[in-house]
Design a protein around this ligand. Structure first.
Ligand SMILES: Nc1ncnc2c1ncn2[C@@H]1O[C@H](COP(=O)(O)OP(=O)(O)OP(=O)(O)O)[C@@H](O)[C@H]1O
Ligand SMILES: [Mg+2]
Length: 230
């Protein structure tokens, strides 16, 4: 079953008089529960594609269907409820709220939804991510790698159906990166999370069931289209 489908998905920016497609008529269907890696050179449109798939940026053209919902037909409120309850985001630049401690950042998606946090789940995330002694600090007192781990815990605190992760291990060393990926894989299986992960790291992309390569906003290669798994 496809959980997410992009049809002719396009993001156009104007640079002076000329239109430029950061994402250029992309068609993709993502299987529920799968692990897809998106790779490609800097500027190829990976983050823009991920943000549109997760309903954070509005497409210039085309649409995104989540289950049987067309995201373009939802109003702002419906879209934010969907994002809070069903999606998790790990941003390339973390996007932690500077005035809140690590723990408050982690709990934010659940709090915004007026729900009670699953304490056991949250404690486990904090423990596995190894940030137990840092979560009461503000992000400014955390290293890049620690902020990245806090942002991963935040993305998973609501047990999302889809986790969109933009270079989630970009600021971790090899060993820590593998550990975090191991955690994402374990949670994916346990909670049946669909993982869409942007990475430059081929060792990480290799672990995905499907690898999509973007170039100039277009799908240049897709292992699912080659009938095999990369
Ligand atoms: N708000 C914006 N206005 C104009 N151009 C933009 C905007 N956001 C992104 N772009 C351009 O769109 C293209 C794709 O950007 P995007 O951030 O999606 O690339 P990326 O593949 O994630 O790159 P990186 O690997 O460096 O993170 C780039 O050329 C970028 O400069
Ligand atoms: Mg990017």
């Amino acid at each position: 079953m496809h959980i997410l489908t992009c049809e002719n998905l396009t993001k156009t920016y104007l640079s002076g008089e000329t239109a430029f497609h950061a994402v250029d008529h992309v068609n993709l269907a993502i299987q529920q529960g799968s692990f897809t890696a998106i790779t490609g050179p800097s500027g190829s449109g990976k983050s823009t594609l991920l943000h549109m798939m997760g309903g954070l940026e509005t497409p210039s053209e085309g649409k995104i269907i989540y289950q049987d919902m067309d995201l373009g037909k939802l109003n702002d409120n419906q879209l934010s409820v969907l994002r809070r309850r069903r999606f998790g985001f790990v941003f390339q630049h973390y996007n932690l709220v500077g005035e809140l401690t690590g723990l408050e950042n982690i709990l934010l998606p659940v709090m915004l939804d007026s729900r009670k946090p699953d304490d056991e789940h949250i404690s486990r995330l904090i423990e596995v991510l190894g940030i137990g002694n840092r979560v009461h600090h503000l992000p400014s007192a955390l290293s890049g790698g620690q902020q990245q781990r806090v942002s991963i815990a935040r993305a998973l605190s609501n047990k999302p159906t889809v986790l969109f992760a933009d270079e989630p291990t970009g600021n971790l060393d090899g060993q820590a990166g593998r550990e975090v990926l191991g955690l994402l894989q374990a949670l994916r299986r346990e909670l049946n999370i669909t993982l869409v992960l942007v990475t430059h790291d081929l060792a990480i992309a290799e672990q995905a069931e499907r690898v999509i390569r973007l170039e100039d906003g277009r799908v240049a290669a897709d292992s699912a289209m080659e009938g095999g798994i990369v």
